[in-house]
Design a binder for this molecule. Structure first.
Ligand code: HEC
Length: 357
């Protein structure tokens, strides 16, 4: 499996930037409330289009966008570190409609995926995973002792799939959680994939701009029916109603169901582990450590985040760098994004990144 460059792919994906951050002055006294216009159709040849990259990228940036998109669409197997528990085997299969990076497609791919195991893993989830229903993942509300859970409980396992009867460490024999019991206990909530289009642009908004926007145009926002507050992320999954600060360094976090992750790099590391069971240097611990179900080294992969930092940046904002493979193949030249002081950068295992000027 090629190393992950996926973050760039997400970052550069364009379109549909959440408008709620950018409150435009309203000239009339219109008290119309904001309305969702429904599915928008791009006029023929309109650019940018959903799933494409934003306009104005350099050839190197476009190359990295494509590499990221390929990684995002790549189907992973047990040899790549898939599992032991997972919700599917590719980012792009859940995030598929209307293009790679979007939401779940018309035909739920989790049904076919459940059926590729022998015996099929569909019966344990078929009350909520349906062919014409959305892709779903399941969170449990509470732990058996009554304390708050909130975590994702993976629908499927690698049991019954190719490569898991190899001994040692296998054979791997895992049971799916008892979803029917949890549903009967009203202990399950579902989430469907949100599109990632434009998320890279959200990532670029300085914290100061978010706070300034939150505090600005209050009467216009009230007239338009725009209200709400950011969540303050604290331990124990409590929501306090304060700004969404990252628990580690106090900066504003913005991605995920509780806006708990500050960057797309962090989010994608989490998604690899939570959705597909693939660990990386960011999330090194397998969510299920059953010894007979570990078929690759841990962490399973690395994320080439410095490729992102080096090449997704705004030209002229940072330091010129060159990315090369270990064999000396030049992958591209670029400019660091947020770290003008950086003098060199790591390009884990698959290459190196050096300051070129
Ligand atoms: C099983 C389906 C599934 C797979 C596979 C999956 N996702 Fe998602 N993704 C979701 C769901 C569901 C959400 C919404 C999260 C929530 O609300 O809890 C989401 C949300 C996201 C978001 C958050 C967007 C935002 O605005 O906060 C990003 C980014 C993302 N996914 C990236 C990825 C990446 C990268 C991968 C591959 C490593 C991936 N996803 C694999 C289902 C999936």
């Amino acid at each position: 499996m090629r190393k992950k460059t996926l973050l760039l792919g997400i970052s550069a994906m364009s379109l549909a930037v959440s408008a709620s951050f950018f409150i435009e002055p309203v000239s009339s006294q219109s008290a119309d409330r904001a309305r969702d216009p429904g599915v928008r159709v791009d006029p023929p040849l309109a650019r940018p289009s959903a799933g494409g990259h934003i306009a104005g990228l350099t050839p190197n940036e476009i190359r990295f966008f494509r590499l990221g998109k390929e990684d995002f669409e790549e189907v992973e197997g047990v040899a790549d570190g898939l599992g032991p528990r997972m919700n599917l085997d590719s980012c792009g299969t859940c995030h598929a409609q209307p293009a790679t990076g979007g939401t779940s497609p018309a035909l739920n791919p989790q049904v076919a995926f459940a059926n590729t195991a022998t015996p099929s893993q569909l019966p344990a989830v078929d009350s909520f995973i349906r062919p014409r229903g959305p892709v779903r993942e399941a969170r449990f509300v509470r732990n058996p002792d009554g304390s708050p859970d909130g975590g994702v409980h993976a629908l499927f396992t690698i049991t019954g799939r190719p490569g898991v009867d190899v001994s040692p460490p296998g054979p791997c024999r895992l049971e799916q959680p008892d979803f029917e019991r949890e549903i009967a206990n009203r202990n399950v909530i579902f989430r469907i994939p949100t599109p990632v289009f434009g998320a890279g642009l959200i990532e670029q908004i300085p914290d100061t701009a978010i706070l300034a926007n939150q505090a600005s145009s209050t009467s216009q926002k009230r007239d338009l029916g725009i209200s709400g507050h950011a969540n303050y992320r604290v331990s124990g999954r409590t929501i306090s109603g304060q700004a969404n600060n990252n628990g580690n360094d106090g900066t504003i976090a913005r991605f995920g169901w509780k806006a708990q992750n500050q960057t797309l790099l962090l989010f994608s590391g989490e998604a690899y582990n939570v959705e597909m069971g693939i660990t990386s240097e960011l999330f090194q611990v397998e969510r299920d450590e059953t010894p007979s179900c570990q078929f690759t080294t841990v962490p399973n992969d690395t994320q080439d985040f410095n490729a992102l930092d080096a090449l997704a940046g705004t030209p002229a904002s940072g330091v010129a760098v060159r990315l090369e493979t270990q064999d000396g193949e030049v992958l591209g030249d670029g400019v660091t994004k947020w770290h003008p002081s950086i003098s060199s950068c790591r390009f884990p295992s698959s290459g190196k990144c050096t300051k070129s000027s």
